[in-house]
Design a protein around this ligand. Structure first.
Ligand code: CA
Length: 226
């Protein structure tokens, strides 16, 4: 999952970036609204964490512009502004959720997972597909009830594929979910993680659309899914 972090406070930004990277998110961190705007126009993010008090243009103005041009990227406002009017204003400007500083990193993580579920059109907190069960909250993976140990990046690849079974993800789309701007992309990394996942989950679990990318069979492809 790729996250845009918009935060001008160095300590908070550093803490959030470090925590999210440990959880396997690709995090791009910008310090002002103009840089955030440029980033959002240039690339696709699964989620944006938006501070409101920023140098220059503020977060609400950025958010209004984003929604005005039809960008539906889920936005979670994370701010010290705790007035009811600020919360109402932020949500009405197009935010999907609102978290007041100081906040607990565990709560931030849970709210992010809830938004990502909703934006993928899923109600359930756990992904299940062909006997494989992925819990984004605990990061536990089982296959037919037996635990499967995955590296954080193998987990990120599997989670991305399980969000929409049947959808083909290209190598660069998967790389986008694995690496932030300032992290070097290892060549063949995606192939290595796919190979590892197939070794652990069975070769047939992940399909290869030659020259296009990777996908999971749609749930009804074998008629074995509810
Ligand atoms: Ca701020």
């Amino acid at each position: 999952m790729r996250v845009l972090l918009v935060e001008d406070d160095r300590m908070i930004g550093q803490a959030v970036q470090t925590a999210l990277r440990q959880d396997g998110y690709a995090v791009d961190w910008v310090r002002d609204a103009e840089s955030a705007d440029t980033a959002l126009r240039a690339g696709r993010f699964d989620l944006a964490l938006l501070d409101l008090g920023l140098p220059g243009r503020d977060g609400v103005s950025l958010l209004r512009g984003l929604r005005a041009r039809g960008d539906a990227t889920p936005v979670l406002i994370v701010t010290a502004r705790d007035d009811v009017q600020d919360r109402v204003g932020g949500l009405d400007a197009g935010a999907d959720d609102y978290l007041v500083k100081p906040f607990d990193l565990d709560e931030l993580g849970a709210r992010m997972r809830a938004l990502l579920r909703r934006s993928a059109g899923r109600g359930a907190a756990v992904f299940e597909h062909r006997g494989v069960r992925v819990d984004p909250a605990t990061r536990e993976v089982t296959q037919d009830g037996k635990p499967v140990a995955l590296s954080p990046r193998e987990f990120a690849v599997l989670e991305a594929l399980m969000l929409r079974p049947g959808a083909v993800l290209s190598r660069s789309q998967l790389e986008d979910r694995l690496y932030g701007w300032d992290e070097p992309v290892e060549s063949n990394a995606v192939e290595v993680y796919i190979h590892g996942l197939r070794r652990k989950l069975g070769h047939d679990f992940i399909q290869n659309a030659r020259g296009v990318g990777y996908y999971l069979h749609k749930p009804d492809a074998r008629g074995d899914e509810a």
